[in-house]
Design a protein around this ligand. Structure first.
Ligand code: SF4
Length: 694
């Protein structure tokens, strides 16, 4: 490791990696990044950081940072000026608009921009280009939570606060290896457990979370809805419900009670593959506590049953009146640092202020605030899998990819590759010119990283966190905000953007969210910094934010009541059979992030987890005749990869797990092209594969 260099300046900012939203300070010496430290007293992390957080400054100066725009000439991307690159891009977009209309153009973004960039991009695509084809990689992690919130509570938005973790008597963590994927939140869980809280862990893998659990339920993949219905069944049967709360604040209880009669622990045990007594015990533990909290992430959301599983968590908490109270929450945790911001200000599948794309009244409100004709605003919002299919059908001809790597991160890589090859224009805008998707780009635009810009990110507890620039972007790289405004000006849409700084942009965003569930009216950059983040709604300048939503029991539905949903699981798209006998699960490790385009630039992180691997149960490893470190070939109906074996009882016999971060063993060459019917979120966690020694 290089010798430690003492910074001469520390700049207030926010971690650019995960949805936890830790407060950080970026240490620089003579304008170069040399260190990161956690912000002491910050309400999210109080000075703690995980390995990714500590080392993230090293990616800023990685040698393959994009420093200049590039245009493909003779099969190779070659350096160009900004004027050449943006002229080539906008000339082609203008030609496509004239010949094929707005629906021939699409944009696929990320959960890693700042709020002002999401807002500007949403306005550019919908009011400028007038195309409906705008989605983000947030679709692949949180869409089921978004739709789940909306169906149960009337609008999106996580209800709880991190402080509820320490206040809970019982914590239920499901479909989340929080110890690896949200380590700072897990530190808070550990603290709660040390003080006496009981932990229930629901996960097909026996992860580090299950090792400190009072009850671990390693259910069969994809059986969460059955388990949650059975827990609600026990809670109702034992009278552990809050009848007064149900009557005053929910609809659908009578149907739910009848619907759940068949979901006995014995019935669920058969399907979930865990003992009925354990299901019963978990339900009683959760139901008998005065303060219990449930948290979940991708293991729940990335499934064809993702949305209804979210609704089952909300059912479980609503029937006990465990919403809006300290130590109680139905808490969907987010993955990326600004995924929430994208959801809130129209960066992906909604209009700003949690306004629905398909709602004419909402479109009229947005049009009035933007000063445009409501008729020009798109009334639909295709998902990324629909966009890929539309490219293959020849309906979409141009794709602008911003700060994400769909070639590695979307399911069924071979299908995605065919789509990228078919495009007439692929623009890749990213901090790294080496991002895999750029192999197919016609134009590459170099973008700034989080430490090089100002703006707001929003974390899983609705906290607005501030980014302040600590260093200048390398070479000619620009902020995404500046690139969007330049494209807008060149397309002739400049009149839509009366602001030129992110702070001015935030003032416009505040007008769009005034009176809406995510009201930011009382926030300013100065107040966000002064208060070390503010949790929305922040209705006026006296407000220091709102820790919990729905504390008054009034929800955002037409009648003000939350909806209890009676649901049964749908069939999984693919289950193991004689030909493909293993279930393949995919996910993350602590040291890496997404497709590794950032974390693999950090030698310390790459040293810890340097390459793709597959976790196999010892029984299966023995049957396959492989040991630790051997290479195996993994095949699905869509493709094959090779990976090194890690023998571990963390996975059950008949299952295997491959992390998603590695382009040399891309798990998404194997994953199935199937989505949740409500949220269109891909099903990454359950598919059938076979293995043999390589
Ligand atoms: Fe950053 Fe998330 Fe680690 Fe906190 S937990 S330091 S936000 S990556």
């Amino acid at each position: 490791a290089p010798a430690h260099v003492e910074p001469d300046t520390w700049t207030y900012s926010t971690c650019g990696f995960c949805g936890t939203g830790c407060g950080i300070e970026i240490g620089t010496k003579e304008g170069r990044p040399v260190a990161i430290r956690g912000t002491k007293g910050y309400p999210v992390n109080d000075g703690l950081l995980c390995a990714k957080g500590i080392y993230q400054w090293k990616m800023i100066t990685a040698p393959d940072r994009g420093k200049h725009p590039m245009i493909r000439k003779g099969g190779t991307l070659v350096q160009a000026s900004w004027d050449e690159a943006l002229t080539a891009m906008t000339d082609k977009l203008k030609a496509l608009l004239a010949e094929h209309g707005p629906e021939s153009i699409a944009c696929y973004n990320t959960g890693q921009l700042c709020m002002e960039e999401f807002y500007t991009l949403g306005k550019l695509m919908r009011a400028g280009f007038r195309t409906p084809n705008l989605d983000g990689n947030t679709r692949t992690c949180m869409a089921s939570a978004v739709v789940g919130h909306t169906r149960s509570f009337g609008t999106d938005g996580p209800v709880g606060a991190y402080a509820d973790i320490e206040a809970a008597e019982v914590i239920l963590i499901a479909g989340s290896n929080m110890a690896e994927c949200h380590p700072i939140l897990f530190a808070r869980v550990v603290k709660a457990v040390e003080k006496g809280a009981r932990l229930i862990c629901v996960d097909p893998r026996l992860t580090q979370v299950s090792r400190i659990a009072t009850i671990a339920l390693p259910i069969r993949p994809g059986t969460d809805v059955v388990l949650l219905n059975a827990m609600a069944h026990v809670i109702i049967r034992e009278g552990l419900i809050d009848r007064a709360y149900i009557d005053a604040h929910t609809t659908g209880y009578a149907e739910l009670e009848a619907h759940l009669r068949k979901y006995t622990p014995a019935y669920a045990a058969e399907i979930c593959g865990v003992p009925a007594e354990d299901i019963e015990a978990a339900a009683l533990l959760y139901g008998r506590a005065e303060r219990s909290l449930s948290m979940w992430v991708m293991g729940i959301n990335q499934s064809v049953n993702g949305t209804i599983a979210n609704n089952c968590f909300h059912n479980l908490n609503l029937i006990q009146g465990k919403i809006g109270k300290p130590g109680c929450a139905s808490f969907s945790i987010t993955g990326q640092p600004a995924a929430m911001a994208s959801r809130e200000v129209g960066g992906s599948s909604s209009y700003p202020g949690y306004r629905a794309i398909g709602n004419a009244q909402h479109r009229a409100e947005v049009a009035a605030l933007w000063g445009v004709d409501p008729a020009i605003l798109p009334d639909k919002s295709p998902s990324i899998t629909e966009i890929i299919d539309a490219i293959l059908e020849g309906k979409i001809r141009a794709l602008w990819v911003i700060c994400t790597n769909p070639l590695i991160s979307l399911p069924d890589q071979n299908r995605v590759r065919r789509a990228l090859e078919k495009l007439e224009l692929l623009v890749v805008q990213d901090a790294f010119a080496t991002v895999d998707t750029a192999q197919y780009a016609h134009i590459y635009l170099p973008a700034a990283l989080w430490a090089e810009k100002s703006g707001i990110m929003v974390n899983s507890e609705r906290r607005l966190n501030l980014l302040k620039p600590a260093v200048a972007p390398p070479g000619e790289a620009r902020t995404d905000f500046a690139i969007f405004l330049d494209v807008a000006d060149r397309m002739g849409y400049g009149h839509l953007f009366p602001y030129r700084t992110t702070e001015e942009c935030f003032e416009e965003i505040k007008r769009l969210t005034k009176g809406r569930p995510n009201d930011y009216s009382g926030a300013t950059y100065a107040r966000i910094e002064e208060n070390r983040g503010l949790q929305w709604p922040i209705p006026d300048e006296r407000s220091t934010g709102t820790p919990r939503l729905y504390a008054d029991g009034r929800f955002n539905t037409a009648d003000g009541k939350a909806v209890l949903w009676s649901v049964d699981p749908v069939e999984l798209p693919e289950v193991p059979d004689g030909e493909y006998p293993f279930n393949l699960n995919s996910g993350r490790v602590q040291e890496h992030y997404h497709t590794g385009t950032k974390t693999r630039k950090v030698p310390e992180l790459n040293h810890l987890v340097p390459t793709a691997y597959v976790e196999l149960n010892p029984r299966d490893a023995e049957q396959l005749g492989v040991g630790y470190g051997d290479r195996v070939r993994i095949e699905s109906r869509r493709g094959e990869i090779e990976a090194r074996v890690v023998v571990t009882s963390q996975v059950a016999p008949g299952s295997c797990f491959v992390p998603m971060h590695f382009n040399e063993g891309p798990v998404n060459r194997l994953t199935v092209w199937a989505v949740d019917p409500f949220s269109k979120e891909p099903n990454y966690k359950q598919q059938a594969v076979r293995l043999r020694k390589a």
